[in-house]
Ligand binder design. Sequence first.
Ligand SMILES: [Zn+2]
Length: 105
Amino acid sequence: MEKNDIKCPKCGSETRQRKKGFTHAGSQRMLCCDCGYKYTPNPKQWGYSEETRKRALQLLALGNTGRGIGKIMNMSQSNAYRWAKEEAAEEAKKAPHGADPIEID
Ligand SMILES: [Zn+2]
């Protein structure tokens, strides 16, 4: 029998852990039926590592387009665009109140 190692990160229950669809990145989402907590045991970043993502963002910062990055890194250009968008949103959150907005073109 296959052992289910999935454990609820909130209440620690190892039973009644139910599959609950997938995240946008394709990771399995789980639902704990004991406490109702939803979680992702093995989250993915669009199937790419954090290293890859950082490198793509560096290339973006250097003025590469999503298309160019897609070619350089052998990934989908929409992926690079999405990361750029996410990064811009993150930066906007981090920026102190009243600071000039960062222009992303
Ligand atoms: Zn739980």
